[in-house]
Design a protein around this ligand. Structure first.
Ligand code: MG
Length: 272
């Protein structure tokens, strides 16, 4: 697919140098990267990363924010620990996000993304306004650094998300659309969701999965093509909405099987 919708993969950030080399080995031209630990923000380490970017030619399209203490064990754990929803950790996490933005700027990474946590469906929930203010602060900072900010999708309905984006009211806010999350969190139809959210898509995750069988549980994530997303329809829908960004493969396991699944996903996307 070349310049239009180049293939990508989301990689860990513990060792950005090793991750970039791995992406190159996989024969994939772009990646999203989880924000590396603080020590990678030294000038010396930033130089190291820059060198590997030019050596491998791999483009980092998005820095994915994450925070200490996050747990995806089940829905209540996610509500309490993920992103910016919990008031106890919100202020420090906003500050941390701003440091991620500065780090991304030094590497010319054009976008940041995060799971900011479940956006309350009820606008009267005090957390709703607090999340709006948090996102305005983060978006303004990213905008000054020339970056977009993408909300990872799937933890709320497309309507809640689109109302939230309108209320944040910043031009550089958008979404990283993950079709599998809509199934894992049992929220709406992932292809139809793009009718509502299409104009906000900054990035996508090519991930697959099935809906949960019981309440408060998460569905099962599966290798691309083996779940219920309908990858062909998904790619066709992305073309229909005029999306031209990277197709970033996400497979939330590790080790050899992950590598195999990523390569299989790459093959699947190259045919499409
Ligand atoms: Mg995702």
């Amino acid at each position: 697919m070349g310049e239009v919708m180049p293939i990508g993969v989301i990689v860990r950030g513990e060792d950005p140098v090793a991750s970039l080399r791995r992406v190159k080995t996989l024969g994939i031209p772009t990646c999203q990267m989880y924000a590396p630990p603080d020590e990678w923000r030294s000038e010396r380490n930033i130089e190291k990363i820059k060198n590997v970017i030019s050596e491998t030619g791999v483009r980092i399209t998005c820095l994915f924010c994450h925070f200490e203490g996050e747990s995806y064990a089940d829905i209540p754990a996610i509500k309490k620990t993920v992103g910016l929803l919990n008031a106890d950790t919100r202020t420090e996490r906003i500050e941390k996000t701003l440091t991620f933005s500065d780090f991304a700027k030094k590497l010319n990474i054009p976008a940041l993304a995060a799971h900011i946590g479940f956006i309350p469906e009820d606008k009267d929930d005090p957390n709703y306004d607090e999340l709006i203010k948090a996102m305005q602060k983060i978006c303004d900072y990213c905008n000054d650094n020339g970056q977009k900010f993408a909300l990872e999708t799937g933890q709320e309905s497309p309507e809640t998300l689109s109302t939230f984006i309108e209320d944040v009211n910043r031009l550089n806010i958008g979404i990283n659309f993950d079709p599998a999350n809509m199934l894992l969190y049992d929220k709406g139809d992932p292809i139809k969701a793009l009718n509502v959210l299409g104009k906000y898509v900054i990035g996508v995750h090519c991930k697959d999965g099935k809906r949960p069988e019981r309440r408060d549980e998460l569905g099962e994530e599966l290798p691309l093509g083996e779940g219920d997303v309908g990858i062909e329809q998904f790619i066709n829908k992305l073309k229909e909405i005029g999306y031209t960004g990277p197709l970033t493969i996400e497979r939330e396991i590790s080790g050899e099987q992950q590598t195999k699944d990523i390569l299989k996903a790459k093959e699947l996307l190259e045919i499409g």
